[in-house]
Design a protein around this ligand. Structure first.
Ligand SMILES: C[S@@+](CC[C@H](N)C(=O)[O-])C[C@H]1O[C@@H](n2cnc3c(N)ncnc32)[C@H](O)[C@@H]1O
Length: 334
């Protein structure tokens, strides 16, 4: 496409480009060109900035489709049922699919792959089940694999999304917990999964040791791989039941309890292994009216164990369902 342009020597091009942008005369519908000496800045009108003005041929900017829904061909009345978001775990997209659009799963998957470069596989995620909190997963488009490597805050997490639990939506939470860790702390991650809390802490802080317990052999196996991929030395992975394993460890300054449906059953066990003034990061999925009664119950458990609860912080980390949220609590016990 022929358009007016300023011919600017390469070294001077960037400030001129910014000036044209500020003046609102830089064309954004065509691609800026350059050769060995000059940059050709396409403009909407003749402008005198002391550089030659020419007419030259430019390539049009291709409009990038970013919303996969534009590419899905289905009856209009079903369009509102298309998933409005999905989780990206490395090269895998996990999509929760309403029944109404389930027959279009392959088309939806292909559209996601076409609009998000990093995604090579799309899986339908039918929810987390069983004590290992693994997802029911079905590959519906792209490469037939459930293994991926996810990056977060410069840390890599290898996993099989059908065999272990991992949520990218907890990355800020992990970072917030890691930020609180002091040098030399003993940390216990009671339900550690593939190790995201433990590795984040070991990588960004200087704990004495992080004991990372999980009952799922696949989770512990990926955790070991992730410990070595991220070159962290202070984590001791432990395969087993947290209730049993925690009692064999030294007392901790900090205990992480991310088992959001059942953590309340393990509070007394955790308290027995927590140093005076230590902190428990406690997570639970519940309705808002249940939050205070749960904290009162934890305070009662603490009293029975001869401890006193000091609530440092509570936060709604993410929503879980129309009525339930995932809450995080930083609880100190004297
Ligand atoms: C919600 S996941 C959290 C994993 C990890 N902390 C994370 O943030 O990704 C809970 C983990 O606890 C493990 N788990 C469940 N019950 C357990 C128990 N009694 N003892 C040890 N691990 C358990 C599951 O296998 C699962 O990996």
């Amino acid at each position: 496409m022929d358009t007016l342009c300023l011919v600017v020597p390469k070294k001077k091009a960037e400030p001129v480009r910014r000036r044209l942008l500020e003046k609102g005369v830089l064309r954004k519908d065509v691609q800026i060109r350059s050769d060995a000496k000059n940059v050709y800045l396409p403009v909407t009108q003749r402008i005198d900035l002391g550089f030659p003005v020419e007419i030259a041929d430019f390539r049009e900017v291709e409009e990038q489709v970013t919303d996969y829904r534009v590419l899905v061909d289905l009856p209009e009345e079903l369009r509102p049922h298309l998933p409005s978001s999905y989780d990206s775990l490395g090269s895998i997209a996990l999509v929760k699919m309403a029944e109404e659009v389930a027959p279009y799963a392959n088309q939806i998957g292909k559209a996601i792959i076409a609009t998000q470069k990093s995604i090579k596989t799309v899986c339908v995620d039918s929810g987390v089940t069983d004590e290992f909190r693994t997802r029911r997963i079905k590959v519906v488009a792209g490469e037939k694999t459930t293994e991926t490597t996810h990056k977060e805050f410069g840390i890599v997490f290898k996993m099989d999304v059908s065999k272990v639990f991992f949520s990218p939506r907890l990355s800020t939470e992990r970072e917030s917990v890691a930020r609180q860790v002091l040098p030399g702390e003993v940390v216990i991650d009671m339900f550690a999964g593939i190790g995201p809390f433990s590795i984040m802490i070991a990588k960004s802080k200087s704990p004495k040791i992080v004991y990372a317990i999980d009952k799922n052999p696949d989770a512990v196996s990926f955790m070991k791989e992730n410990i070595s991929l991220n070159k962290v030395a202070v984590i001791e992975p432990i395969l087993g039941d947290a209730r049993e394993e925690i009692s064999k460890l030294e007392k901790a300054d900090r205990i992480i309890m991310n088992l959001p449906h059942d953590a309340s059953e393990y509070v007394a066990d955790a308290l027995r292994m927590l140093k005076p003034g230590g902190v428990i990061h406690y997570y639970e999925i519940m309705e808002e009216p249940k939050v205070q009664p749960r904290l009162d119950q934890i305070a009662d458990t603490a009293r029975r164990e001869g401890r006193v609860l000091n609530e440092l912080a509570r936060r709604r980390v993410k929503s879980y369902s129309p009525t339930m949220n995932f809450y995080g609590f930083d609880l100190q016990f004297f």
